[in-house]
Ligand binder design. Structure first.
Ligand SMILES: Nc1ncnc2c1ncn2[C@@H]1O[C@H](COP(=O)(O)OP(=O)(O)OP(=O)(O)O)[C@@H](O)[C@H]1O
Length: 889
């Protein structure tokens, strides 16, 4: 019994809603005490025929207030606390068993677990024997009224009639999610708690992929107060899309949805758990927290993101639209998600192993990422309006990894350094500066042969010139100001600023050299270079925090500080990539990291396909590739990868009816640790040579005109409307999600920020980054997995997409450090010029590499151009007490 010390402030009578005396009844935790009352109606519940245990000698005085039940032992025993304060916020329900059971008041209490991570909240059932049934029922009704948010006062006559009808929930269980424990957990954890909360439910097991989606499209929704997914995030993805495919989608999507985590990633559950203020946890503790929050009720609006994907390969259909509640991933994250399917038996540890394998064979992808930063808006009508904001029109073309770092530092932010400086000046100066830059860009493009192709080797010069242009403009501004009393001071300031920036440019150049060396020699030299890198760190800009988002300008310098990074340096519970329940031990990690990372000779070739403005792939120059990469499918070190790319994939619908169990069976052969892990070759993936000096034959080939550059050329001659989306690319045959061709309702919310996928983006306001990426991750929840706090600022309804992109050139150690820091959500402070975090309202992703994986909410979608826009607060999520109470009863 958890008796607490007496409340120092005695209860005032006005606070008390009810007061009464009860005798004790066998109480305690369900697991330890067989004599205690069990779940109402559940197995082991109070048997009507059971003869009541004789009341104990000790009696209790119970007082009910708006927030607590005060339980006072009337005959204090030595060594025992005399008083227990039971917060109503920790109760899921209360009952009064029907006759012939004794007149009991039964309280179902789930106090939170100990602070130590991973310790579950524990179920405690407390039963008190009343003098009469009517008194017990009065108390039960009063407690339930408070739990359900019914307005009551001390004058209220409590009875069952005051209670709203029990909530009705549709529970959808994917029995194959995670490690296949969903049904077992239903019986042991979920259903008992739901019964105790007096919730009615219908439980349906899904039988195949898209079963839930079809079901949700058809059912009558007014019968339900909520739809609960007992699975991973994939099943919720189906439900959300099923709701949006209904003719009454605008009503349907407002039905509260909830998630009880039984998958392996459980990102949304992790976000809900975090939102409720609980410590990060996994498995049963996470499930119990989420189930508790569900029973407490309370919903919040949740943003949905409308994603338009390319049509499936070999299909003549148009782009597909779907709705996403979690993420879009390309590169590292989606690769790990899909490739680690084969380790599903490991539970969430599959991501750990997948992460290590993918880091060992790190690869990068060419592509173009464009995004629309959120606009600056004043929320208060009294607030002074912001200065007129010049529409931003920026496009950043990056060269090879580590080569052109400066542009991304400065301009990928909504209010980057150059923009902030411009805004301080008058419109005239800004326009003048803009014109000057424009002229410079045009000259630059003309030098590129008039094709719009930007030479990679010229990018750094380009950027340097741009900076010089800015400085000249500033100098002009200073000279215009001369004549005032502060003339000399200002001039000095200006000159000083210029010198500092020139030093900065020089230093960046030096740093780039270092980073190139880093990418080619990697870890072998890590330790020795540590000191040098530290030196350079102070010379670079450190970090710009923008109003709406953060862009890390940090120095990759302490990248090499990661040479000192070892598993010994990190407490075991602070590793997201190496999870607590991970199968791979630190020895595996050490083995992987201790391998020398050698650049592989570029001995084999495969074709790199470039894409024109219309999203059509065209073959460009050959791209060097390690022969093993070709042999090992998508650079997996596992020879029998079930995800090998076939020359031509089946239409995704040909997998359509393949139920999950089959796919699990199919993967079961590889559901084991990699053979001979220690002999894994840590060869570099086919990233281009680190030198930007165009030694790579393809260096200028993949840099194609940018659609949203103001002066970009008209659409490429390769573009033909009919050939748009006609991708001759292969897809993994296994897990590509079958999406039945359903005609979406015509009145769905429009993606008003985006043109059709085959049209160029608007020339204003958008930012484009082009180059080699290790990963692009668009997240709209705080968590990417239950223990990956990947977007710490994200809220369910912030109307924002949180974009993280990592560019090629990042070392394995830094990447690993980034994932480690993600567990605590501190990865934004991992200083690396290759890592950027921004927010946006819409984005477009155009992969330029011919192979890769794209996932939406962890589900594979056709590989090709994709775009997305956030639709704020479109749906409603059950989050517990911190939300608004469910009103539909
Ligand atoms: N009965 C079933 N048989 C086969 N596949 C199913 C079944 N029910 C659902 N699915 C599909 O299984 C896929 C994975 O489900 P889900 O994401 O819920 O679990 P998970 O992958 O274990 O969890 P997480 O996404 O958190 O890793 C989804 O695409 C879903 O459509």
């Amino acid at each position: 019994m958890r008796m607490r010390s007496p409340d120092p402030s005695p209860l005032s009578p006005s606070e008390a809603l009810l007061h009464g005396q009860f005798a004790s009844w066998g109480s305690g935790s369900n697991s330890n005490n067989n004599s205690c009352p069990n779940s109402p109606g559940g197995p082991g519940g109070i048997s009507p025929t059971a003869s009541p245990t004789p009341p104990s000698a000790s009696n209790y005085a119970l007082t009910l207030t708006y927030s607590h039940i005060h339980i006072q032992r009337l005959c204090p025993r030595p060594g025992k606390e005399a008083r227990l304060l039971l917060p109503l916020s920790e109760l899921v329900g209360c009952s009064c068993p029907r006759a012939p059971a004794p007149p009991l008041l039964v309280l179902y209490w789930y106090p939170p677990g100990k602070k130590r991570k991973g310790v579950s909240r524990r179920r405690q059932v407390r039963a008190y024997l009343s003098e009469s049934r009517s008194e017990a029922e009065r108390w039960s009704a009063a407690v339930q009224c408070l739990l359900r948010g019914v307005a009551v006062t001390s004058d209220t006559e409590f009875s069952r009639s005051l209670l709203p009808r029990p909530r009705r929930l549709l529970l959808l269980v994917n029995p194959f999610s995670g490690r296949g424990q969903a049904m077992q957990w239903c019986q042991t954890h979920i259903l008992p708690m739901i019964r105790e909360a007096n919730i009615s439910y219908n439980l349906i097991q899904t039988e195949r992929q898209n079963h839930a989606r079809e079901l949700i499209r058809e059912i009558s929704l007014p019968e339900w107060d909520g739809i609960i997914i007992i699975s991973g995030d994939g099943l919720l993805h189906e439900v959300i899309n099923g709701l949006m495919e209904r003719p009454d989608w605008d009503q349907a999507i407002k039905i509260p949805v909830g998630i009880l985590p039984c998958g392996s990633g459980n990102a949304l559950a992790g976000s809900v758990n975090h939102h409720a203020g609980y410590d990060m946890c996994l498995r049963e503790p996470l499930l119990l927290n989420c189930c508790f929050l569900l029973c407490r009720g309370g919903v919040r609006p949740m943003d949905l993101v409308s994603v338009t994907t390319s049509p499936a390969p070999n299909s003549n259909s148009s782009p597909r639209r779907l709705f996403s509640f979690l993420s879009v991933a390309w590169g590292f994250v989606s690769d790990v998600d899909i490739e680690s399917e084969r380790y599903r038996g490991l539970g969430s540890a599959r991501f750990t192993l997948g992460t290590l394998v993918r880091i060992a064979s790190l690869r990068s992808y060419k592509g173009r990422l464009s995004y629309l930063p959120p606009s600056v808006m004043t929320t208060s009508p009294d607030a002074t309006p912001p200065p007129p904001r010049r529409p931003l029109s920026r496009s950043i073309t990056e060269g090879l990894e580590g080569f052109c770092k400066a542009p991304i530092h400065r301009t990928s932010s909504d209010m980057g350094i150059s923009e902030q400086r411009s805004l301080r000046r008058g419109e005239g100066e800004r326009e003048k500066e803009e014109r000057q830059r424009e002229r410079e860009r045009r000259r630059q493009r003309a030098r590129g042969g008039g094709t719009g192709v930007v030479r990679a080797s010229s990018l750094a010069e380009d950027r340097e010139r741009e900076l010089e242009g800015e400085m000249e403009a500033e100098e002009e501004l200073c000279s215009e100001r001369s004549g005032t009393s502060s003339e000399s001071n200002e001039r000095e300031d200006c000159n000083m600023g210029k010198n500092e920036r020139l030093v900065g440019i020089k230093d960046e150049g030096e740093d780039e050299g270092t980073v190139e060396q880093d990418s080619s020699e990697m870890d072998e030299d890590d330790r020795s270079k540590d000191g040098d890198e530290e030196e350079g760190e102070g010379m670079l800009p450190s970090k710009v925090l923008c109003e709406s988002f953060t862009v890390d300008l940090g120095q990759e310098a302490d990248e090499e500080g990661t040479s000192g990074f070892s598993y010994e340096d990190n407490p075991p519970d602070s590793r997201p990539a190496i999870r607590k329940n991970s199968a791979p031990s630190s020895q595996i990690v050490s083995a992987l990291l201790s391998q020398p990372l050698r650049p592989e000779p570029d001995t084999a070739l495969y074709s790199v396909e470039d894409m024109d403005l219309n999203g059509t792939y065209c073959q460009r120059e050959p791209y060097p590739l390690d022969p093993r990469e070709r042999a090992l499918t998508i650079s997996s070190p596992f020879r029998h990868s079930p995800f090998s790319y076939k020359a031509k994939a089946l239409d995704q619908n040909q997998n359509a009816s393949r139920p999950r169990p089959l796919s699990l069976l199919q993967h079961s052969q590889s559901n084991s640790l990699p053979p001979k892990l220690s002999s894994l070759s840590l060869s570099l993936s086919p990233t281009p040579p680190s030198s930007p000096s165009c030694t790579s034959p393809h260096a200028s080939a993949y840099l194609v005109p940018r659609v949203n550059t103001p002066n970009s050329t008209s659409p490429s001659p390769l573009r033909t409307p009919s050939s748009s989306f006609n991708f001759d690319i292969s897809e993994p045959t296994g897990p590509l999600k079958n999406r039945p061709f359903v005609t979406l309702p015509s009145n769905l919310p429009k993606d008003d920020l985006l043109p059709p996928l085959d049209q160029p983006l608007p020339t204003r306001d958008w930012v484009t980054i082009e180059g080699d990426f290790v990963l692009v991750l668009a997240l709209y929840q705080s968590h990417l997995g239950a223990d990956l706090h990947a977007a710490p600022q994200a809220k369910f309804d912030d109307g924002l997409i949180h974009l993280t992109f990592v560019r090629a050139g990042i070392s394995r150690a830094t990447l690993l450090r980034l994932f480690f820091a993600m567990e605590r959500g501190t990865h934004h402070s991992v200083s690396s010029p290759y890592v950027s975090h921004v927010t946006c309202r819409a984005f477009r992703l155009q992969p330029l590499s011919s192979r890769g994986t794209l996932t939406v909410d962890g589900e594979l979608v056709p590989y090709g151009p994709l775009q997305a826009q956030v639709h704020p607060s479109l749906s409603r999520l059950i989050v517990g007490d911190s939300g608004v109470k469910i009103t539909r009863f």
